[in-house]
Design a protein around this ligand. Structure first.
Ligand SMILES: [Zn+2]
Length: 740
């Protein structure tokens, strides 16, 4: 059974006599809402929907939490005059655009836009109204009078010891309006004496005011762990899930439950704990100037697909989403597979039935989905890159019949998203450029590959029907016909001939999209070219020579602080530093010099992240101004040599040990970091080289980590396994710093 139906069964078992169910979720609106928050929205929304299907009244209630204090600055608002508002309730902070009602509403409405696009229409109560209307008064009183009991629960459940005068209630300071900075001193049953302190929290400075005022009707709020069970009670919640961080042993859910049982004697809603939503590619937000908010990601994939992404996995499975890897084309494929089983008229097994159900629930409108042809996303990505191809015509070939109006609508929609993906995150291996003339790389073909072209040209010429399946069959038959051939010899050669790179879309389909004559002629051209006869073209390593840094390690650290603000990039630089130090030690080179190279290699990243074409180029001036020597600058700049996106460097090659070490070293940090994050303990402590090596071979894992660059370690005499071990150990050494 599909997981939602199982969960709803259990809910109905838990509340056999109940007809109306409040299914509640909330979000503190302290900045752009991260896409991960959509997981909670979809889980709650879909449970409410299925409760309705079962003839119950399922009410999806999504609270805008606008009463929490502003306790962090969204990066987009840094330096824009919002500092004075730190510590104030979010609904009293002005809207960043000056148009929305307030700060919380600005971010909340953007998020609600996405929620509605993916087909949910929750009730939207606001936390400030719950307080102001007096609904929370009972709980404010509990907080003020039972504070000692609650303090004991904290200690017993979570081990957290609060000082004797601690109160779970914060007053809104009447003078400065802040809520994060106040301490309760006394409560006489009607009024609270409080002081607005200067140093209660690091993110807000109070005004020093001492006051006395009623804590009710919106003048005070509860701290999260007490507010949560209060809301379960006040909203009469039947079902409320939450992320796994809240559900850890001794975490906020446990504390909330204990308060319900021991203090308020109120009910505990049915819980649905769920796993994290992980965005792959840690450089993602920075590298293409696009963020990770729900709005940003909703712009990348159609609403149905986004909804499918969020509901297709069971709550206890993490969702990994990497727009720079294969996630998006794979997601379309999975969705299309589910659609196929939904429309299947014959028998379905359990898994196929679940897939059909996941498709049904991913619909964003209540109308029954209409059957239409779903062209494969990865093939559309290819088609739209080849100007000579007509999209409708090619899709009609894929379908095997004329396209209906609905088919065309679907094609248009997918083309829109495929174009968007190519403009933003699509990795290099999805980018194709049909070579109108024989590419230069054809010079590296071998005699065997040319023999393969000869046989293929002859057989294809005789082919009567120029269509995918027949071509596919012909190619594969030849590939298998000779021990010297085989897929590893033939396919890269074939793609090289047409695309100038060693991979491409499924070959039969791909060749069928081109004219027969063009294909045959190109094969013949490939045969006639003078080849290198498979001669080894291995480059020899050049000497680094004696290199001075021109800058001390301390100066390098300062330079980094000056130029790199993004903490994730900083962390990446620090990781690269330690890996480079370990490599220097291994080779008996200057550890400080190599460490500085690692630390500074991305020094221009903040300036080039939106337009990567100058990455590694712009750093030259920054480093020069800081006194770095030309020799070290050359090494640092070389880490982006050969990148297609960088016109100045795309034809340059790394040539020395130091250069290869830097490129391989800074690249491997991404894989090890991603590996650490996916481990159940989110730590590198028990990480093993063997399993990282597996991940290295699994091209879909942390797909943006360029394996070819990592393999440059072999050019400097390190096996991949050895290199991984050395890098892993180096990163383990700073595990605390990088949160692994
Ligand atoms: Zn104050």
């Amino acid at each position: 059974m599909f997981w939602v139906d199982e969960v709803v069964d259990k809910i109905l078992e838990t509340y056999p006599d109940q007809d109306e169910f409040v299914v509640r979720d909330e979000k503190t609106l302290s900045g752009p809402v991260h896409v991960g928050s959509l997981r909670g929205v979809v889980i709650h929304g879909i449970i409410a929907q299925v409760l309705n299907e079962r003839g119950k009244k399922g009410r999806f209630v999504f609270e805008f939490n606008d009463f929490d204090p502003m306790d962090g600055m969204p990066s987009e608002l840094e330096g824009k005059g919002f500092d004075e508002h730190m510590g104030k309730p979010l609904y009293t902070v002005p809207s960043p655009d000056g148009k929305a009602e307030n700060f919380a509403e600005y971010y909340g409405q953007t998020f609600l836009g996405v929620i509605k696009e993916i087909g949910f229409d929750p009730e939207i109560p606001h936390a400030k109204d719950a307080y102001k209307s007096g609904k929370m008064n009972k709980w404010i009183e509990i907080g003020l009078t039972k504070n000692n009991k609650i303090r004991e629960i904290y200690k017993k459940i979570s081990g957290s010891e609060k000082p004797e005068h601690w109160s779970p209630v914060s007053m809104v300071c009447e003078k400065c309006g802040k809520i994060g900075s106040t301490d309760v001193i006394a409560f006489d049953g009607e009024k609270v004496k409080y002081v607005c302190t200067k140093d209660k929290v690091t993110w807000a400075i109070g005004c020093g005011h001492e006051g006395e005022v009623s804590p009710f009707d919106g003048n005070a709020k509860l701290t999260w762990k007490v507010e949560w069970p209060a809301k379960w009670d006040v909203y009469n919640v039947s079902v409320e899930g939450s992320g796994k961080d809240h559900n850890a042993a001794g975490g906020s859910h446990d504390v909330g439950e204990a308060i319900c049982k021991e203090v308020s004697k109120t009910h505990i809603p049915f819980n649905v704990p769920y796993e994290f939503f992980l965005i792959g590619g840690k450089k993602m937000s920075a590298s293409k100037g696009l963020g990770q908010s729900a709005r940003d990601i909703a712009n990348l994939i159609p609403p149905e697909i986004l909804r499918y992404l969020m509901l297709s996995k069971k709550p206890n499975q993490a969702i990994e989403f990497d727009p720079e890897g294969d996630t998006i084309p794979r997601l379309f494929d999975l969705h299309d597979e589910a659609a196929k089983w939904y429309f299947e008229k014959g028998e379905r097994d359990t898994m196929q039935t679940d897939l059909a159900r996941s498709f049904e629930l991913s619909q964003t409108s209540s109308e029954k989905p209409k059957e239409r042809f779903l062209p494969r996303f990865s093939q559309l990505v290819f088609i739209i890159q080849i100007p000579r191809l007509d999209v409708y015509e090619e899709v009609a070939k894929m379908k095997g019949s004329e396209l209906t109006e609905e088919d065309k609508e679907e094609v248009d929609l997918r083309v829109k998203y495929a174009t968007k993906w190519l403009e933003t995150f699509a990795p290099e291996r999805y980018r194709y450029h049909l070579q109108e003339t024989l590419p230069e790389s054809a010079n590296n073909l071998t005699d065997i590959q040319q023999r393969f072209f000869g046989i293929l040209a002859e057989k294809l010429e005789k082919l009567e029907m120029w269509e995918g399946e027949a071509i596919h069959g012909t190619v594969h038959e030849i590939v298998k016909s000779d021990d010297e051939f085989g897929p590893k010899v033939c396919f890269p050669a074939l793609y090289t001939l047409f695309l100038g790179k060693e991979y491409g879309p499924q070959v039969g389909w791909f060749l069928s999209a081109l004219e027969k004559e063009f294909v045959i002629n190109r094969l013949k051209e490939g045969i006639s070219v003078e080849t290198s006869h498979g001669a080894s073209q291995k480059e020899t390593l050049q000497e680094d020579g004696k290199i001075e840094a021109g800058i001390t390690y301390e100066q390098a650290k300062k330079l980094l602080d000056e130029h790199i603000k993004d903490p994730i990039i900083k962390m990446h630089c620090r990781e690269s530093e330690v890996v480079l130090r370990a490599l220097a030690k291994h080779f008996g080179e200057d550890e400080e010099l190599w460490g500085i190279a690692g630390l500074l290699h991305d020094i221009d990243f903040d300036k080039t992240k939106d337009d990567v074409k100058d990455h590694g180029v712009m750093c030259r001036q920054i480093l020069k101004n800081a006194g770095v020597t030309d020799e070290l600058i050359e090494v640092i700049a070389s880490h982006t040599y050969g990148m297609e996106e960088i016109p100045e460097y795309k034809d340059k090659n790394r040539s020395t040990r130091f250069q290869h070490a830097l490129a391989a070293g800074e690249t491997i940090t991404g894989l090890i970091y991603a590996y650490g994050l996916m481990r159940p303990d989110k730590s590198l402590a028990n990480a093993e080289v063997k399993s990282i090596k597996k991940k290295f071979k699994d091209k879909s894992f942390a797909a943006k980590v360029n394996r070819e660059v990592v393999k440059e370690c072999e050019l400097i005499g390190l096996e991949v396994g050895e290199f991984l071990e050395l890098s892993l150990n180096a990163m383990k050494g700073i595990a605390n710093e990088i949160g692994l």
